[in-house]
Design a protein around this ligand. Structure first.
Ligand SMILES: [Cu+2]
Length: 157
C-alpha cells in the first residue's frame, strides 16, 4: 500500500512538471503592442501594418512572415535611404533580440500587404497571424486606421 502511494505521488509530480513546461511554451514571451493597419487608399490594393514586438525571453525570436485572410502576399519590409531616395527593401526575416523589442513604424520596418482581396476601411478591425521561426504563431487583432489620422498623430510633438 505504501509503495502504491509513493508511485502516485511520483506520477503527480511528473504531471505537475509537464504542465509547467506546457504553460511556459504557450506563453512564448512575445508581446505585440500598438498594432495597427493602414486603411486602403482608394484605387490601390496595398496596405501596411505597424506594431511593437516585445521579446520577453532570453533567446532571440525570429519573425519570418505574416498571414491574413485579406491577402496572400504579406512581406517584411524595411525602408532605407539609397541615393537620397527612400526605398523599400524586402527582408527574409526580422530578429527581435533577447529581452528586447523591435518597432515596426512608418519609415522603418513594416509588414507590406499586397493584392488585398478587399479594401480595409478605417474603424474596422483586421486579424493578422505572425509566424516565427522558433516559436508558435501569434494571432493579433489590429484596428484599421486612416493615413490622415496617423499623420496628424505622428507629427504631433
Ligand atoms: Cu513596404
Amino acid at each position: 500500500m505504501k509503495k502504491m502511494i509513493n508511485i502516485c505521488i511520483n506520477s503527480l509530480l511528473v504531471m505537475a512538471f509537464c504542465f509547467t513546461l506546457a504553460n511556459t511554451a504557450q506563453a512564448q514571451n512575445i508581446l505585440v503592442k500598438q498594432a495597427y493597419i493602414r486603411a486602403t487608399i482608394p484605387g490601390t490594393d496595398i496596405s501596411s501594418a505597424y506594431m511593437t514586438i516585445i521579446n520577453d525571453s532570453s533567446k532571440p525570436m525570429i519573425l519570418v512572415g505574416a498571414s491574413g485572410d485579406f491577402s496572400k502576399r504579406i512581406e517584411i519590409h524595411q525602408h532605407i535611404m539609397a541615393d537620397g531616395m527612400m526605398k523599400m527593401r524586402q527582408q527574409e526575416s526580422l530578429t527581435i533580440a533577447a529581452n528586447s523589442k523591435v518597432v515596426l513604424q512608418p519609415m522603418g520596418y513594416h509588414l507590406m500587404i499586397f493584392d488585398l482581396t478587399k479594401p480595409l476601411k478605417a474603424g474596422e478591425q483586421s486579424t493578422l497571424t505572425l509566424h516565427f521561426a522558433n516559436s508558435s504563431d501569434i494571432k493579433i487583432v489590429l484596428p484599421v486606421e486612416s493615413i490622415k489620422r496617423k499623420k496628424t498623430t505622428e507629427h504631433h510633438h
